[in-house]
Design a protein. Sequence first.
Lengths: 258, 245, 239
Amino acid sequence: MKKIITLSLMGAVLATGHAQARDYDTVRIGVDIPYVPMEYRTPDGTLTGFDIDLGNALCKQAELDCKWVIQGWDGIIPGLQARKFDAIMSSMTINDDRKKQILFSDPYMTPPSAWFTPKDSTISSPNEESLKGKSIGVQRGTVQDNYVTDHYGSNASIKRYATADDVAIDMEAGRLDIAFLDYPTGKAALVDSKSGQFKTVGEMLTEPKKYFGEGFGIAFRKRDRELAETFNKALAELKDNGTYNTLYTKYFPDAKAE
Amino acid sequence: MEQLSTLWQPLLDWMNGNDIFTPNTFAMYWTGLTNTVQLVFISLLIGLVLAVPLAIARGSRNQVLRKSIWFYTYLFRGTPLLIQLYLAYYGFAFIPGIQETWLWFFLDDPLYPALLAFTLNTAAYTTEIFHGSIQATPRGEIEAARAYGMSKAKMMRRIVLPSALRRALPAYGNEVIFMLHASAIAFVVSITDLTGAAYYIYARFYAPFAAFLFVAALYMVLSFSIQALFKYLEKRLLAHLKPAR
Amino acid sequence: MLDLHGYGYRLLEGGLLTLELAILSLILAVVLGLVTASAKLSSSIVIRAIAKAYTLVIRGVPDLVLMMLLFYGGQIGINMATDWLYYEFDVDIFVNVDAFVAGVITIGIIFGAYMSETFRGAFMAVDGGLLEAARAYGMRPWTVFRRIRFPLMMRHALPGLSNNWMVLLKTTALVSIIGLSDMVKVAAEATKATHEPFLFMIPVALGYLAISSVSEWCFMKLKARYDVGFGAEGASWNN
């Protein structure tokens, strides 16, 4: 029934108001799940992950009410601009292509991108030579996708998937020779959960900045500069008072916090 | 050569001046186009070859044969192609140990599971189209063939099939265009077809209009060329069915 | 018993969404089809050309591409418009294209084009004498349409309508690609989580077959209704 009403309201104005006068008592944050360990659901349905915990801590620090909205990766930037939510906190890498569309907070973490192969793979360092004719799995529209497409698109076969989980499934089925993913996600999906079947190979990448940008940021609509400042301030405070470090070591015990 | 480059220069300038229509993205669209054409053409060809004997058997006196072919076409025509594609792609991949068998050679590349699903699907539709047109063979033609003392096989080969397949042309033309359009789902199993190329460019540059309108235009050109081809074939092969002037 | 790993309920929900989506799109398609069919029979060249261009474009482009264009492009197009309103006039409006609405609109628009062909043929098959007779009785145009033209036309349109509905039903599966949780999407998620494709895909396939069987029965009933007055005698005329 609700959907029928939505349909009849189609094209109608759903919310109006003055943006300047709008104070954000409730901030809706868009997030794409699952992306273990950054954002996912526990079996009982609660949202959890580094982004979720950090986001909640930021909101508490800034005295904002926050609500998480689930949104698929493909539609996440259009969704922000359509005001389905007011911010994106979903392991989104800050880069130039995206800066044309949206406003980013200061980076809140800088994870590298990493290559993953089956345990017995012969690829030891991914380069033009060793990837020739291989099938590379990536999540569609991610910075890793853009990087491999531009560097290896002409002599390797690039397989694009809707989610990182789909990449993991085809790695497991043996359809992919190598996968290129955000390190924390690839590690959770391939190395940690499939004991001993997969490993990381080669160098982890954070350069060139054109692709890998400055790390993960929270995204806002370009006009919401004030909201971005509020989050930047809260982030700086959490880094000062140690909350950030506690969270970071909770999720990434084997890495040292920046 | 000099002149050629001056001709191309504005085009190259324009390509370098924007994100979305660059030599790189055109290479992507080209891959997409070849994959789409390849997938559609091969599945239609194998489907066509399968459909002729299936359509004959579909009208056979043998109950079991007739019913099992009916059941096959019922299943494949009654369910979405997307489900058939998922089954072909994931259905075998999770069987433990399959990676060690020769079958994996085919299942490894997503193109083959997609071909399998598309071929079985179009063969089912084509079987029904041909079956319908075989059933509609004018009685007079059959009686004439019998009067000549033709065997059943000879009658099928020389009289029934040639006329039935010709009469099936318009419906088969629709099926070809339908397959072209249906093939757009191939990208969900990681094949870069035309739609997949457009989706990549949308996801990278957030340029839905440039990406999807461009491939929509390409699909339209393909569809109308197929339509024109079938119109031509109909004119050539179905001239005898036109009302006399 | 069939163990669906706890996905059973969500599969049912997905099935319901498939049905809702299919029925709402069908309604939109029938309305668009009737309007377009009338436009094709109009005396104005411009209106006829617009109607023709509409069917031509739809027949040339895959359903999925149109769906993505509308779902992703529609949202960005609306965003551009509302942003412009905001910067130029300080008006802040917010219009959300949700996946369900986008699905209904796209499928409705696509099948509206196919329906228009069906309806056009059916309108032309109605005996003009009957319409003249109705007018001679002093019926208004709308009354003529509702009492005479539509019921007579439906007799001819039903086979095409039923055919289009069966295709439409299967087309709804595409919404799973733009993120709607219809039964195909739930089955795909479950497949990936449990690695048991047949367990989830086959019940969904049966779901589609069940819906088509039920609708076939409904169309048979409808056919009996619109064949009233043509049934027995009609058959004897033909022979």
